[in-house]
Design a protein around this ligand. Structure first.
Ligand SMILES: NC(=O)c1ccc[n+]([C@@H]2O[C@H](COP(=O)([O-])OP(=O)(O)OC[C@H]3O[C@@H](n4cnc5c(N)ncnc54)[C@H](OP(=O)(O)O)[C@@H]3O)[C@@H](O)[C@H]2O)c1
Length: 323
């Protein structure tokens, strides 16, 4: 729980994960500085202003991750910072440097610099499972996974710029932490799904949505970890509040071969024409739940996969993204 009057900043507060984090922080009594990219755009602000506690304990700030001055205003007066904002774009982009790498990497350094200058006690950064691995042979024994790093050169060759952006941003955060003595802790979520708070889809919910719309754009078969929005938000708060929490925190309920995950959805919801994916004959293709021991040790009880799928689907239906 928040100390009396504790103020924290959430960058990317308007986004799908950021909104859930703002909601849970307000519920726990924090005063929250949430950042958006455009204060005049109601689709970024209205869902935040409607949250319980927002009227008295939420302040919105307009920032651009590449504009250091805008970040300083949002971070000043905060005891803690949750750096969630980063472009979450999985498809090919014409200018990866400008659209992904600069905001992710320089943006992270800008936020950490502002936090250091403001005397913030701890910064929680949202990294990704994709900074750990993008391998299609994700090992079943993933106990040591927090020591793994995505192969950047391989991703560059394949044009996978999002994992490059997340890996380099995370590395930059660790270097900054070491050099400047700032307390940084990392949350590395897998594919995050569940009820949407903003009126739009993020990349992970778009992928999920495509499965129900006979869309051919589904990723190749690979291992992906799945986790509920609420649990990702809670993980951020747990690692912020427990000063014993250090390093990286893989945040997944379970890790599944993507074709098995899709088959599970088809089995649960036969009324939809969910595609059948060809399965790679790779070793270790059973669902794995070993991943997030550091978070379960902190008390996080992950919402099970079937509930994650149900909540995500219900949300898409209630918001009119699928019928
Ligand atoms: N969704 C997943 O499955 C997943 C998994 C692992 C990690 N993550 C990480 O979680 C974080 C949030 O992602 P999300 O899924 O919630 O996506 P999202 O809904 O698209 O949120 C991205 C947030 O970043 C903000 N942002 C992007 N570029 C910015 C810039 N140049 N300046 C200021 N703000 C900027 C966006 O602001 P606007 O709303 O104004 O555009 C938005 O608030 C990202 O760091 C992402 O890499 C996501």
């Amino acid at each position: 729980m928040a100390k009396e009057g504790e103020v924290v900043c959430v960058t990317g507060g308007s986004g799908c994960i950021g909104s859930w984090l703002v909601r849970l922080l307000l519920d726990r009594g924090y005063t929250v500085h949430a950042t958006v990219q455009d204060l005049k755009d109601e689709s970024e602000t209205k869902h935040l202003e409607a949250l319980e506690g927002a009227e008295t304990r939420l302040r919105l700030f307009q920032i651009d991750l590449l504009d250091y001055g805008s970040i300083v205003s949002a971070v000043n007066g905060c005891a803690g910072v949750f750096h969630v904002a980063s472009p979450n774009i999985l498809q090919q982009v014409p200018d990866p440097q400008k659209q992904l790498l600069d905001p992710a990497i320089k943006g992270t350094i800008n936020v950490l610099t502002a936090a250091k200058e403001a005397g913030v006690s701890r910064v929680v950064v949202t990294s990704s499972l994709m900074a750990i691995t993008t391998s299609s042979n994700f090992p079943d024994d993933i106990v040591e996974v927090e020591d793994c790093w995505t192969d950047i050169e391989d991703c560059k060759k394949k044009g996978l710029w999002y994992p490059v952006s997340k890996t380099l941003a995370e590395k930059a955060a660790w270097d900054f932490s070491k050099e400047k003595g700032l307390d940084v802790v990392m949350v590395n979520p897998g594919m995050v799904l569940g009820p949407l708070i903003p009126p739009r889809l993020n990349a992970s919910m778009l992928l999920f949505c495509n499965l129900f719309q006979e869309c051919s754009e589904v990723p190749e078969d690979l291992f992906i970890g799945y986790v509920h929005f609420k649990d990702v938000a809670l993980a951020h708060i747990l690692v912020y509040e427990n000063k014993s929490a250090t390093g990286r925190h893989l945040c997944v309920e379970s890790i599944w071969n993507y074709s098995d995950f899709v088959a599970k959805i088809a089995e649960l919801y036969p009324a939809y024409k969910v595609p059948r994916l060809l399965k790679n004959n790779q070793p270790g293709s059973s669902p794995s739940t070993l991943g997030s021991k550091k978070l379960t040790d902190l008390g996080l009880q992950f919402i099970p996969l079937e509930q994650i799928i149900k909540d995500a689907l219900e949300s898409l239906k209630s918001k009119g993204f699928i019928s």
